[in-house]
Design a protein around this ligand. Structure first.
Ligand SMILES: [Zn+2]
Ligand SMILES: [Zn+2]
Length: 417
Protein backbone atom coordinates (compact mmCIF):
# COMPACT_ATOMS: atom_id res chain seq x y z
CA UNK A 1 0.00 0.00 0.00
CA UNK A 2 1.50 3.37 -0.95
CA UNK A 3 1.47 6.35 1.37
CA UNK A 4 -1.39 8.11 -0.35
CA UNK A 5 -3.67 5.06 -0.21
CA UNK A 6 -2.82 4.56 3.44
CA UNK A 7 -3.58 8.22 4.22
CA UNK A 8 -6.91 8.10 2.40
CA UNK A 9 -8.02 4.96 4.26
CA UNK A 10 -6.83 6.41 7.57
CA UNK A 11 -8.88 9.55 7.05
CA UNK A 12 -11.95 7.46 6.19
CA UNK A 13 -11.42 5.40 9.34
CA UNK A 14 -11.08 8.63 11.29
CA UNK A 15 -14.47 9.86 10.09
CA UNK A 16 -15.95 6.51 11.05
CA UNK A 17 -14.47 6.58 14.56
CA UNK A 18 -15.54 10.15 15.25
CA UNK A 19 -19.12 9.32 14.23
CA UNK A 20 -19.29 5.87 15.80
CA UNK A 21 -17.21 6.27 18.93
CA UNK A 22 -20.04 5.03 21.14
CA UNK A 23 -20.27 1.78 19.16
CA UNK A 24 -16.83 0.71 20.34
CA UNK A 25 -17.45 -2.24 22.63
CA UNK A 26 -16.92 -1.99 26.36
CA UNK A 27 -15.71 -5.45 27.39
CA UNK A 28 -16.76 -6.65 30.83
CA UNK A 29 -14.00 -5.94 33.39
CA UNK A 30 -12.44 -3.51 30.95
CA UNK A 31 -9.87 -2.31 33.50
CA UNK A 32 -8.42 -5.81 33.70
CA UNK A 33 -8.00 -6.26 29.96
CA UNK A 34 -4.96 -5.68 27.81
CA UNK A 35 -5.52 -3.68 24.63
CA UNK A 36 -3.36 -3.66 21.52
CA UNK A 37 -3.43 -1.68 18.31
CA UNK A 38 -1.79 -1.47 14.96
CA UNK A 39 -1.83 1.95 13.34
CA UNK A 40 -1.50 3.01 9.72
CA UNK A 41 1.90 4.48 10.48
CA UNK A 42 3.60 1.54 12.14
CA UNK A 43 3.93 -2.09 11.17
CA UNK A 44 4.35 -3.37 14.72
CA UNK A 45 1.72 -3.69 17.37
CA UNK A 46 1.32 -1.24 20.26
CA UNK A 47 0.74 -3.61 23.16
CA UNK A 48 0.18 -3.77 26.92
CA UNK A 49 -2.23 -0.86 27.06
CA UNK A 50 -4.85 -0.62 29.78
CA UNK A 51 -7.73 1.79 30.29
CA UNK A 52 -9.74 2.90 33.29
CA UNK A 53 -13.07 3.00 31.49
CA UNK A 54 -14.83 2.89 28.11
CA UNK A 55 -14.58 6.65 27.65
CA UNK A 56 -10.81 6.58 27.97
CA UNK A 57 -10.56 3.65 25.55
CA UNK A 58 -12.81 5.31 22.97
CA UNK A 59 -10.95 8.61 23.17
CA UNK A 60 -7.66 6.82 22.65
CA UNK A 61 -9.02 5.05 19.55
CA UNK A 62 -10.29 8.31 18.07
CA UNK A 63 -6.85 9.82 18.73
CA UNK A 64 -4.67 7.12 17.17
CA UNK A 65 -7.08 5.78 14.46
CA UNK A 66 -6.09 2.12 14.53
CA UNK A 67 -5.91 -0.04 11.44
CA UNK A 68 -6.53 -3.05 13.67
CA UNK A 69 -7.76 -3.07 17.29
CA UNK A 70 -7.57 -5.95 19.76
CA UNK A 71 -8.27 -6.75 23.40
CA UNK A 72 -7.31 -9.68 25.57
CA UNK A 73 -9.73 -12.55 26.12
CA UNK A 74 -7.95 -12.79 29.48
CA UNK A 75 -8.40 -10.62 32.52
CA UNK A 76 -5.29 -9.70 34.47
CA UNK A 77 -4.42 -8.11 37.79
CA UNK A 78 -2.03 -5.77 35.97
CA UNK A 79 -2.93 -5.76 32.26
CA UNK A 80 -0.37 -3.08 31.38
CA UNK A 81 2.62 -5.06 32.71
CA UNK A 82 4.98 -5.96 29.88
CA UNK A 83 6.00 -9.29 31.32
CA UNK A 84 3.31 -11.95 30.90
CA UNK A 85 4.02 -13.36 34.38
CA UNK A 86 3.77 -9.94 35.99
CA UNK A 87 0.34 -9.39 34.46
CA UNK A 88 -1.17 -11.90 36.90
CA UNK A 89 -3.61 -14.03 34.86
CA UNK A 90 -7.00 -14.31 36.54
CA UNK A 91 -8.97 -16.10 33.86
CA UNK A 92 -9.91 -15.96 30.18
CA UNK A 93 -13.07 -16.33 28.16
CA UNK A 94 -13.36 -19.59 26.26
CA UNK A 95 -13.07 -18.46 22.67
CA UNK A 96 -13.69 -20.18 19.34
CA UNK A 97 -12.69 -18.98 15.91
CA UNK A 98 -14.55 -20.15 12.83
CA UNK A 99 -12.94 -18.91 9.68
CA UNK A 100 -13.88 -19.60 6.06
CA UNK A 101 -10.17 -20.25 5.44
CA UNK A 102 -10.52 -23.53 7.32
CA UNK A 103 -13.71 -24.63 5.60
CA UNK A 104 -13.59 -26.39 2.29
CA UNK A 105 -16.13 -24.36 0.40
CA UNK A 106 -16.35 -25.21 -3.31
CA UNK A 107 -16.57 -21.51 -4.24
CA UNK A 108 -12.94 -21.10 -3.17
CA UNK A 109 -11.90 -22.56 -6.50
CA UNK A 110 -13.68 -19.71 -8.22
CA UNK A 111 -12.59 -16.78 -6.11
CA UNK A 112 -9.29 -17.56 -4.41
CA UNK A 113 -6.18 -17.07 -6.48
CA UNK A 114 -2.44 -17.02 -5.98
CA UNK A 115 0.68 -15.73 -7.63
CA UNK A 116 4.22 -17.05 -7.60
CA UNK A 117 6.44 -14.17 -6.52
CA UNK A 118 9.49 -15.79 -8.16
CA UNK A 119 8.21 -16.42 -11.70
CA UNK A 120 4.86 -14.67 -11.86
CA UNK A 121 2.87 -17.85 -12.59
CA UNK A 122 -0.68 -17.66 -11.25
CA UNK A 123 -3.56 -19.96 -10.58
CA UNK A 124 -7.00 -20.24 -9.01
CA UNK A 125 -8.26 -22.12 -5.98
CA UNK A 126 -6.21 -23.47 -3.12
CA UNK A 127 -2.66 -22.15 -2.99
CA UNK A 128 -0.13 -24.91 -3.81
CA UNK A 129 2.85 -25.56 -1.52
CA UNK A 130 5.27 -25.00 -4.38
CA UNK A 131 4.86 -23.26 -7.72
CA UNK A 132 3.98 -25.83 -10.42
CA UNK A 133 6.00 -23.77 -12.92
CA UNK A 134 9.27 -23.05 -11.12
CA UNK A 135 9.06 -24.94 -7.81
CA UNK A 136 9.42 -21.80 -5.69
CA UNK A 137 7.77 -21.72 -2.27
CA UNK A 138 7.41 -17.96 -2.42
CA UNK A 139 3.72 -17.78 -3.28
CA UNK A 140 1.28 -15.03 -2.40
CA UNK A 141 -2.27 -16.15 -1.73
CA UNK A 142 -5.31 -13.95 -2.28
CA UNK A 143 -8.10 -15.46 -0.19
CA UNK A 144 -11.40 -13.83 -0.85
CA UNK A 145 -14.35 -12.78 1.24
CA UNK A 146 -17.52 -14.24 -0.28
CA UNK A 147 -21.17 -14.52 0.62
CA UNK A 148 -21.18 -18.32 0.31
CA UNK A 149 -18.05 -18.72 2.44
CA UNK A 150 -19.55 -16.52 5.16
CA UNK A 151 -22.83 -18.45 4.95
CA UNK A 152 -20.90 -21.68 5.55
CA UNK A 153 -18.98 -20.14 8.46
CA UNK A 154 -22.29 -18.97 9.90
CA UNK A 155 -23.75 -22.48 9.62
CA UNK A 156 -20.71 -23.82 11.42
CA UNK A 157 -21.09 -21.18 14.16
CA UNK A 158 -24.74 -22.05 14.73
CA UNK A 159 -23.80 -25.73 14.86
CA UNK A 160 -21.11 -25.03 17.45
CA UNK A 161 -23.60 -23.24 19.68
CA UNK A 162 -26.72 -25.36 19.14
CA UNK A 163 -25.14 -28.82 18.90
CA UNK A 164 -22.16 -28.48 21.24
CA UNK A 165 -21.89 -25.49 23.57
CA UNK A 166 -25.47 -25.41 24.83
CA UNK A 167 -26.47 -29.12 24.92
CA UNK A 168 -23.11 -30.80 25.62
CA UNK A 169 -21.34 -28.21 27.75
CA UNK A 170 -24.41 -26.77 29.46
CA UNK A 171 -23.48 -23.22 28.57
CA UNK A 172 -26.19 -20.63 29.04
CA UNK A 173 -26.85 -18.95 25.64
CA UNK A 174 -26.86 -15.61 27.51
CA UNK A 175 -23.18 -16.17 28.27
CA UNK A 176 -22.27 -16.63 24.62
CA UNK A 177 -21.24 -13.65 22.50
CA UNK A 178 -20.92 -14.03 18.73
CA UNK A 179 -18.84 -11.56 16.76
CA UNK A 180 -18.45 -11.11 13.00
CA UNK A 181 -14.72 -10.58 12.64
CA UNK A 182 -15.06 -8.09 9.81
CA UNK A 183 -13.34 -10.46 7.44
CA UNK A 184 -13.86 -14.18 6.84
CA UNK A 185 -15.61 -15.52 9.90
CA UNK A 186 -16.88 -15.38 13.47
CA UNK A 187 -15.58 -15.40 17.01
CA UNK A 188 -17.59 -17.07 19.73
CA UNK A 189 -16.86 -15.90 23.30
CA UNK A 190 -18.06 -17.90 26.30
CA UNK A 191 -17.96 -15.95 29.53
CA UNK A 192 -19.40 -18.58 31.93
CA UNK A 193 -17.40 -18.66 35.18
CA UNK A 194 -16.92 -22.45 35.02
CA UNK A 195 -14.99 -22.07 31.78
CA UNK A 196 -12.86 -18.98 32.34
CA UNK A 197 -10.46 -20.74 34.70
CA UNK A 198 -9.68 -23.63 32.34
CA UNK A 199 -6.07 -24.26 31.43
CA UNK A 200 -4.83 -24.52 27.89
CA UNK A 201 -4.76 -28.33 28.08
CA UNK A 202 -8.35 -28.41 29.31
CA UNK A 203 -9.40 -26.17 26.44
CA UNK A 204 -7.69 -28.53 24.06
CA UNK A 205 -9.85 -31.38 25.36
CA UNK A 206 -12.93 -29.33 24.47
CA UNK A 207 -11.59 -28.64 20.97
CA UNK A 208 -10.80 -32.34 20.45
CA UNK A 209 -14.36 -33.24 21.39
CA UNK A 210 -15.87 -30.63 19.06
CA UNK A 211 -13.61 -31.63 16.16
CA UNK A 212 -14.12 -35.36 16.91
CA UNK A 213 -10.35 -35.81 17.13
CA UNK A 214 -9.44 -39.24 18.42
CA UNK A 215 -12.99 -40.50 18.02
CA UNK A 216 -12.76 -44.22 17.23
CA UNK A 217 -15.54 -45.11 14.83
CA UNK A 218 -14.63 -48.79 15.01
CA UNK A 219 -15.48 -48.80 18.68
CA UNK A 220 -18.91 -47.37 17.93
CA UNK A 221 -19.90 -50.00 15.40
CA UNK A 222 -21.73 -52.82 17.10
CA UNK A 223 -20.70 -56.40 16.42
CA UNK A 224 -23.28 -58.91 15.35
CA UNK A 225 -23.43 -61.30 18.28
CA UNK A 226 -26.76 -62.99 17.75
CA UNK A 227 -29.49 -62.49 15.19
CA UNK A 228 -29.91 -58.95 16.41
CA UNK A 229 -27.47 -56.04 16.24
CA UNK A 230 -27.91 -53.46 18.96
CA UNK A 231 -27.41 -49.88 17.77
CA UNK A 232 -26.69 -46.47 19.28
CA UNK A 233 -29.47 -44.63 21.08
CA UNK A 234 -30.53 -41.11 20.03
CA UNK A 235 -30.87 -40.20 23.72
CA UNK A 236 -27.31 -41.08 24.63
CA UNK A 237 -25.02 -38.20 25.55
CA UNK A 238 -21.89 -37.31 23.61
CA UNK A 239 -20.86 -38.55 20.21
CA UNK A 240 -22.81 -41.82 20.51
CA UNK A 241 -26.11 -39.93 20.67
CA UNK A 242 -24.97 -37.43 18.02
CA UNK A 243 -24.23 -40.23 15.56
CA UNK A 244 -27.55 -41.96 16.32
CA UNK A 245 -29.48 -38.73 15.71
CA UNK A 246 -27.48 -37.93 12.60
CA UNK A 247 -28.18 -41.43 11.27
CA UNK A 248 -31.89 -40.93 11.82
CA UNK A 249 -31.78 -37.58 9.92
CA UNK A 250 -29.73 -39.18 7.18
CA UNK A 251 -32.32 -41.92 6.66
CA UNK A 252 -35.12 -39.36 6.51
CA UNK A 253 -33.15 -37.47 3.86
CA UNK A 254 -32.21 -40.60 1.94
CA UNK A 255 -34.44 -39.81 -1.02
CA UNK A 256 -33.04 -36.25 -1.37
CA UNK A 257 -29.46 -37.44 -1.02
CA UNK A 258 -29.97 -40.34 -3.43
CA UNK A 259 -27.13 -39.52 -5.85
CA UNK A 260 -24.56 -38.89 -3.17
CA UNK A 261 -25.58 -42.09 -1.32
CA UNK A 262 -25.25 -44.13 -4.53
CA UNK A 263 -21.76 -42.72 -4.92
CA UNK A 264 -20.42 -43.73 -1.57
CA UNK A 265 -22.42 -46.90 -0.85
CA UNK A 266 -22.71 -48.23 -4.39
CA UNK A 267 -25.81 -48.68 -6.55
CA UNK A 268 -26.91 -52.04 -5.18
CA UNK A 269 -26.55 -51.20 -1.49
CA UNK A 270 -28.26 -47.83 -1.97
CA UNK A 271 -31.23 -49.51 -3.67
CA UNK A 272 -31.59 -52.14 -0.92
CA UNK A 273 -31.40 -49.45 1.72
CA UNK A 274 -34.13 -47.44 0.00
CA UNK A 275 -36.31 -50.54 -0.32
CA UNK A 276 -36.04 -51.47 3.34
CA UNK A 277 -35.95 -47.93 4.64
CA UNK A 278 -39.11 -48.15 6.77
CA UNK A 279 -37.94 -51.26 8.50
CA UNK A 280 -34.50 -49.73 9.18
CA UNK A 281 -36.09 -46.63 10.71
CA UNK A 282 -38.52 -48.63 12.87
CA UNK A 283 -35.60 -50.67 14.18
CA UNK A 284 -33.31 -47.76 15.02
CA UNK A 285 -36.14 -46.08 16.93
CA UNK A 286 -36.98 -49.26 18.83
CA UNK A 287 -36.18 -49.60 22.52
CA UNK A 288 -33.42 -50.67 22.68
CA UNK A 289 -32.45 -49.47 19.20
CA UNK A 290 -31.42 -52.09 16.66
CA UNK A 291 -29.21 -51.81 13.60
CA UNK A 292 -29.96 -55.38 12.47
CA UNK A 293 -31.37 -54.66 9.00
CA UNK A 294 -29.01 -51.72 8.50
CA UNK A 295 -26.06 -53.97 9.28
CA UNK A 296 -27.34 -56.75 7.00
CA UNK A 297 -27.69 -54.35 4.04
CA UNK A 298 -24.48 -52.36 4.52
CA UNK A 299 -22.07 -54.77 6.10
CA UNK A 300 -19.40 -53.58 8.50
CA UNK A 301 -17.21 -51.79 5.97
CA UNK A 302 -19.92 -49.65 4.40
CA UNK A 303 -21.52 -48.96 7.77
CA UNK A 304 -18.16 -47.60 8.87
CA UNK A 305 -18.01 -45.42 5.79
CA UNK A 306 -21.50 -44.10 6.46
CA UNK A 307 -20.70 -43.28 10.10
CA UNK A 308 -17.48 -41.55 9.03
CA UNK A 309 -19.50 -39.34 6.71
CA UNK A 310 -21.98 -38.52 9.46
CA UNK A 311 -19.20 -37.59 11.88
CA UNK A 312 -17.62 -35.38 9.24
CA UNK A 313 -20.92 -33.53 8.81
CA UNK A 314 -21.55 -33.22 12.52
CA UNK A 315 -18.15 -32.12 13.81
CA UNK A 316 -17.28 -28.47 13.89
CA UNK A 317 -14.26 -26.83 12.25
CA UNK A 318 -12.89 -24.52 14.91
CA UNK A 319 -9.34 -23.18 14.84
CA UNK A 320 -7.72 -24.89 17.82
CA UNK A 321 -4.87 -22.36 18.08
CA UNK A 322 -7.31 -19.67 19.14
CA UNK A 323 -9.19 -21.76 21.70
CA UNK A 324 -6.17 -23.18 23.50
CA UNK A 325 -4.47 -19.78 23.80
CA UNK A 326 -5.43 -18.37 27.20
CA UNK A 327 -3.63 -15.08 26.50
CA UNK A 328 -5.14 -14.37 23.14
CA UNK A 329 -5.64 -10.89 21.72
CA UNK A 330 -8.87 -10.75 19.78
CA UNK A 331 -10.63 -8.16 17.61
CA UNK A 332 -12.50 -5.47 19.46
CA UNK A 333 -16.16 -5.17 18.38
CA UNK A 334 -17.17 -1.78 17.06
CA UNK A 335 -13.78 -1.19 15.45
CA UNK A 336 -12.88 -1.61 11.78
CA UNK A 337 -10.94 -4.47 10.26
CA UNK A 338 -8.02 -2.81 8.48
CA UNK A 339 -7.92 -5.32 5.65
CA UNK A 340 -11.58 -5.15 4.71
CA UNK A 341 -12.85 -1.82 6.01
CA UNK A 342 -15.79 -3.70 7.54
CA UNK A 343 -16.81 -3.25 11.18
CA UNK A 344 -16.35 -6.00 13.75
CA UNK A 345 -19.92 -6.66 14.88
CA UNK A 346 -21.59 -8.29 17.86
CA UNK A 347 -24.50 -10.47 16.74
CA UNK A 348 -27.22 -11.95 18.88
CA UNK A 349 -28.54 -15.38 17.88
CA UNK A 350 -31.35 -13.93 15.79
CA UNK A 351 -29.12 -11.48 13.92
CA UNK A 352 -26.56 -14.27 13.42
CA UNK A 353 -29.27 -16.40 11.86
CA UNK A 354 -30.14 -13.58 9.47
CA UNK A 355 -26.57 -12.48 8.82
CA UNK A 356 -25.42 -12.20 5.21
CA UNK A 357 -22.37 -10.58 3.74
CA UNK A 358 -23.57 -7.53 1.84
CA UNK A 359 -22.23 -4.11 0.99
CA UNK A 360 -24.65 -2.66 3.56
CA UNK A 361 -22.24 -3.79 6.27
CA UNK A 362 -19.72 -1.24 5.12
CA UNK A 363 -19.96 2.27 6.53
CA UNK A 364 -18.25 3.61 3.40
CA UNK A 365 -20.41 4.87 0.58
CA UNK A 366 -19.35 6.58 -2.62
CA UNK A 367 -16.79 5.87 -5.31
CA UNK A 368 -13.02 5.77 -5.58
CA UNK A 369 -10.54 6.06 -8.40
CA UNK A 370 -8.10 3.19 -8.23
CA UNK A 371 -5.09 1.87 -10.09
CA UNK A 372 -4.57 -1.90 -10.22
CA UNK A 373 -1.17 -2.98 -8.94
CA UNK A 374 -1.89 -6.64 -9.71
CA UNK A 375 -4.10 -8.41 -12.17
CA UNK A 376 -7.49 -9.37 -10.77
CA UNK A 377 -9.01 -12.35 -12.60
CA UNK A 378 -12.51 -12.13 -14.05
CA UNK A 379 -15.71 -13.17 -12.24
CA UNK A 380 -14.45 -12.16 -8.85
CA UNK A 381 -16.93 -10.35 -6.66
CA UNK A 382 -16.26 -7.95 -3.85
CA UNK A 383 -19.41 -7.64 -1.74
CA UNK A 384 -21.66 -8.06 -4.74
CA UNK A 385 -19.60 -5.94 -7.13
CA UNK A 386 -17.92 -7.70 -10.07
CA UNK A 387 -14.42 -6.36 -10.48
CA UNK A 388 -11.62 -7.41 -12.81
CA UNK A 389 -8.65 -5.56 -14.20
CA UNK A 390 -5.13 -5.66 -15.54
CA UNK A 391 -2.05 -4.44 -13.76
CA UNK A 392 -1.66 -0.70 -14.29
CA UNK A 393 -5.29 -0.18 -15.30
CA UNK A 394 -7.26 2.75 -13.87
CA UNK A 395 -10.88 2.35 -12.87
CA UNK A 396 -13.66 3.88 -10.82
CA UNK A 397 -15.14 1.42 -8.33
CA UNK A 398 -17.13 1.62 -5.11
CA UNK A 399 -15.25 2.99 -2.15
CA UNK A 400 -15.87 -0.11 -0.06
CA UNK A 401 -14.40 -2.38 -2.77
CA UNK A 402 -11.45 0.00 -3.14
CA UNK A 403 -10.65 -0.24 0.59
CA UNK A 404 -10.97 -4.00 0.48
CA UNK A 405 -8.72 -4.40 -2.57
CA UNK A 406 -6.17 -1.93 -1.21
CA UNK A 407 -6.07 -3.98 1.99
CA UNK A 408 -5.06 -6.97 -0.11
CA UNK A 409 -2.43 -4.98 -1.98
CA UNK A 410 -4.25 -5.27 -5.30
CA UNK A 411 -5.03 -1.60 -5.95
CA UNK A 412 -3.84 1.82 -4.88
CA UNK A 413 -6.47 4.48 -4.23
CA UNK A 414 -5.85 7.70 -6.17
CA UNK A 415 -8.85 9.69 -5.04
CA UNK A 416 -12.37 9.47 -3.67
CA UNK A 417 -15.65 11.06 -4.76
ZN1 LIG B 1 6.97 -19.89 -9.98
ZN1 LIG C 1 -16.61 -18.37 -1.22
Amino acid sequence: MNEKTSEIIESLFKTYYIRNKQKIFEPPRLRNREFAFQTFKSEGMIRHLAFENAEELRNYIVKIIPKHAFYSTAIYVLPSAHDMDEKGWIGAELVFDIDADHLDTPCRNQHDFWKCITCGYRGRGKTPETCPNCGSKNIKAYAWICEKCIAKAKEETLKLIENFLVPDFGINPKEIMVVFTGHRGFHIHVSSKEYTKLSSEERREIVDYIKALGLSIDKLIPFRRSREVLGLDINEPGWRGKIARKLYDFLLELEERKDEVRNFLGEKTATSLAEELNRVIVEIMDKPPKWTTLYRILGRKKLRKLLETLVKEEKCEVDEKVTIDTRRLIRLPGTLHGKSGLPVLILDLVSLDNFTLTKDLSPFKGKAKVKFTEEIPKNIEVLGEKIAGRKGENMKISLLAAIYLAGKGLVEIEGIE
